[in-house]
Design a protein around this ligand. Structure first.
Ligand SMILES: Nc1ncnc2c1ncn2[C@@H]1O[C@H](COP(=O)(O)OP(=O)(O)OP(=O)(O)O)[C@@H](O)[C@H]1O
Ligand SMILES: [Mg+2]
Length: 332
């Protein structure tokens, strides 16, 4: 899919805003705070169904009571997103939905400045990052994850109640075991798929002999759903004391390994950036190979963080994708 134009009303600082996109590269230039990231946020929302950084009520322009996004593709398809402070609606053709149907969700590769700091960030930031990536790669990933998170929230709420019983937790344990095992299996598979390419792709950027790997770390070696369930049950007293669920995929972590050591601490700033670039290239490539669709690439202010070699590499790698770039600098 190719975006033709995007039209915003009351979206963050934009009262009204229209952007006509080029088939290849569209550059949005402007000073800090003028609303560049917000435009990418709107594109992402119309293509994926939700924002990458906020809930709807925070998006509505202050002092207004609704927002609207209209995204036109070059083939004539149009997606309209409206939110009136209560309800969100997606309109495609003459049909309305509360959520963007899968068939109208198109692949996007999003590259935020904060992604460049991923290697040294907290387990929860790394989990969020890979969750977003894997949701792009697998339709079922995000639905299992949201079911898991819902069950986790309910279980944690029950654990805060002093009268909670083992039996009361059972239905939630069953759900956590089912979705937790699915999520763990997919995380393992996707990390393995990334690892098959990452060193090779890294070397095309950095032009040397370093080895890169991502290590997926899950709490223990539990394999089956029934063992997972048993572990949750075994933890009853401990979890009750803690007031939350101590075991499960919500505690997983990812480590970046550079020449056999933790990249955080051993790799240089430039090397870390090359690792992230490699990760983005692999993500776009995996999406293309699996869906036969070239993702739209949204680059938010990342050029200023990269040296010339890496900037060129980025441009070259995404030469077949439609790319929307934001920047504060006219010279980039
Ligand atoms: N709901 C809202 N209503 C009005 N303004 C908002 C709302 N949410 C955010 N803003 C403001 O919108 C402005 C644009 O934010 P945005 O992040 O898109 O800017 P930007 O151009 O990407 O800035 P930077 O170059 O610093 O990254 C900011 O000044 C922010 O405070
Ligand atoms: Mg910004």
């Amino acid at each position: 899919m190719i975006i033709d134009k995007i039209n915003l009303v009351n979206f963050r600082c934009h009262a009204t805003y229209i952007l006509k996109c080029k088939k290849k590269t569209t550059l949005i230039v402007g000073e800090n705070g003028c609303g560049k990231t917000s435009v990418l946020e709107a594109i992402y929302e119309a293509m994926r169904g939700k924002s990458f950084r906020a809930v709807d009520k925070d998006i509505v322009r202050r002092g207004e009571d609704f927002y609207r996004i209209e995204l036109d593709y070059t083939d004539g398809e149009k997606v309209i997103v409206t939110y009136d402070g209560q309800m969100k609606k997606f309109l495609v053709g003459d049909k309305k939905w509360a959520r963007l149907p899968k068939k109208y969700r198109y692949p996007v590769v999003l590259f935020l400045p904060s992604d460049l700091h991923l290697v040294g960030s907290s387990p929860s930031r790394k989990r969020d990052y890979f969750d977003r990536t894997f949701s792009e790669l697998r339709e079922n990933y995000s639905s299992s994850l949201s079911r898991y998170n819902k069950a986790l929230k309910q279980r944690n709420e029950l654990l805060k109640n002093e009268f909670v019983s083992r039996e009361g937790l059972f239905p939630w344990n069953v759900m956590l075991a089912k979705y937790g095992c699915e999520i763990r299996k997919w995380r393992e598979l996707e990390v393995e798929a990334i690892n098959q390419q990452i060193t090779e792709v890294y070397r095309t950027i950095a032009d040397n002999r370093d080895e890169v790997k991502i290590k997926y770390e899950t709490q223990d070696v539990v394999i089956s759903e029934s063992e997972y369930l048993l572990q949750l049950e075994r933890n009853f007293e401990k979890d009750k004391l803690l007031g939350h669920t101590s075991f499960g995929v919500h505690r997983d972590n990812y480590d970046f390994i550079f020449n056999g050591e933790l990249a955080d601490g051993s790799a240089s700033r430039g090397e870390v950036r090359s690792i992230i670039l490699a990760l983005k290239f692999i993500e776009a490539d995996m999406i293309y190979k699996r869906s036969a669709r070239r993702p739209i690439v949204l680059l938010d202010d990342v050029f200023s963080e990269l040296d010339e070699t890496r900037q060129k590499c980025l441009v070259q790698n995404f030469k077949d994708n439609q790319v929307v770039i934001t920047s504060v600098d006219y010279n980039e």
